[in-house]
Write a protein that binds this ligand. Structure first.
Ligand SMILES: Cc1cc2nc3c(=O)[nH]c(=O)nc-3n(C[C@H](O)[C@H](O)[C@H](O)COP(=O)(O)OP(=O)(O)OC[C@H]3O[C@@H](n4cnc5c(N)ncnc54)[C@H](O)[C@@H]3O)c2cc1C
Length: 381
């Protein structure tokens, strides 16, 4: 049976729990709010399926040379409603038009992030946009398998570890399955998110949360909260403290610091991210509504991409140039030096105050950081 002795070796994908034939494994939150498998030893029959299915314990090194594109959706409205260039929606439309099913991360009614599936284009809005919180996969691997076995086309999207978990759970390739992951910085704790919301807002009055609100343009996107009475927070256009904590890796999952699914060790057909380095490789394509990078990871993905070209404005670019500005394609994020202190204190203190205190940098350090970023951008040093 699966035993988590080293938390950096469990990504919380839920494959072990979903594969268990006796429902003996439930995913339960630890003291930092991340889900880990918990075994009910009375139900466990020692079949070992959980161990055989864990994508980290059974990580077979993938190796491919992806083709990389800068791209945006030709449909400007969809592009605006997406985090980057709206490429996820192009993949989703392709599958939905084949009477398929699309899986991805959505907010539930309590603003927690969970995986779910949709069958109609009208529901795609639920899955669009990045939610910078670890999504609970619930029973979606089992649901996806049922659709695949019945011959339906399925697009399953998620973090690289979730796609590795799904593929390991399925145990074989399906022609009718397309998978897409992301260039993943890390996933924050669902419990920090929950407490942050409860401490700062009347959760029942929130009507929309957008981690990548493009009011000020895609490359300046920020986390905004919208309320029933028309209020929008933060009022002063500032970066929300939760977004700062995420960016600084103050409360992300331990496994994110030594992620097994970086670089070309991916199990997905496509990898999507933001075209942060567009100035260097596609300045003519800049668009305040959003610009993406797409890694087309294998022959199957290439065949699909060829069918989708008509829906995209795109240009092929070098992987090296893209990765230079999207380092988390290849490397794991380093934990913030005060991460442990944050986790030790967050249960008893205000999340907002803690984030501000622990990520505080004196003015001179901030100015120096800004100068460095400008030099990097304009003088490429
Ligand atoms: C936690 C997280 C970290 C990221 N880190 C980076 C990064 O460091 N660099 C970078 O270039 N890009 C990063 N991205 C990806 C980027 O933000 C966009 O999601 C991506 O470019 C796709 O944009 P889009 O416009 O094509 O699709 P969108 O319409 O924005 O689609 C969103 C897609 O992301 C999936 N998704 C949303 N939230 C989650 C979640 N919590 N867990 C799993 N899947 C989710 C949805 O299922 C859907 O497939 C990250 C995304 C997430 C969720």
């Amino acid at each position: 049976m699966i035993k988590i002795t080293d938390k950096t070796k469990c990504c919380g994908c839920g494959a072990c729990s979903q594969v268990c034939p006796k429902n003996a494994i439930s995913m339960q939150a630890d003291s930092e709010g991340f889900l880990y498998p918990k075994i009910d030893e009375n139900k466990c029959i020692q079949c070992g399926l959980c161990v055989k299915t864990c994508p980290i314990l059974n990580n077979k090194k993938q190796n491919f040379i992806p083709k990389v594109y800068v791209a945006k959706n030709r449909n400007t409205e969809t592009q605006k409603q997406s985090s980057s260039g709206g490429i996820f929606s192009v993949l989703a439309d392709y599958v939905l038009e084949k009477n398929g099913v699309v899986f991805g991360a959505a907010f539930n009614k309590n603003w927690e992030v969970e995986h779910c599936f949709i069958k109609k284009k009208e529901d795609l809005g639920k899955l669009r946009r990045s939610k910078y919180v670890q999504s609970n996969t619930l029973k979606t691997f089992i649901e996806a398998k049922k659709f695949l076995e019945s011959g339906r086309h399925v697009l399953y999207t998620g973090t690289p570890c979730q796609i590795a978990g799904l593929k390991s759970f399925l145990g074989k390739n399906y022609d009718n399955l397309i998978t897409s992951d992301i260039i993943c910085h890390s996933v924050p704790s669902p419990d920090i998110w929950k407490k942050f919301l409860e401490q700062n807002y009347d959760v029942n009055k929130i009507i929309k949360i957008d981690f990548r609100d493009k009011k000020d343009g895609w490359n300046k996107s920020k986390l905004y909260f919208y309320f029933q009475d028309g209020k929008i927070e933060p009022k002063d256009n500032r970066m929300s403290s939760f977004r700062i904590g995420f960016g600084e890796a103050l409360f992300c999952r331990p496994s994110c610091h030594s992620c097994y699914f970086k670089g070309n060790n991916r199990y997905s057909n496509f990898t999507l991210g933001d075209a942060w380095g567009y100035v260097d490789y596609a300045s003519e394509m800049f668009d305040k509504n959003g610009l993406s990078v797409i890694f087309v990871n294998n022959t199957k993905a290439e065949e699909i991409f060829n069918k989708l070209r008509k829906n995209l404005i795109y240009k092929q670019v070098s992987a090296e140039k893209v990765i230079k500005y999207n380092p988390y394609y290849n490397i794991s994020v380093k934990p913030h030096q005060k991460q442990q202190e944050f986790f030790n204190r967050y249960q008893k203190e205000s999340i907002n105050k803690l984030i501000k205190e622990l990520t505080y940098r004196p003015l001179w350090k901030r100015i120096l950081g800004k100068i460095k970023r400008v030099c990097k951008k304009f003088f490429k040093i």
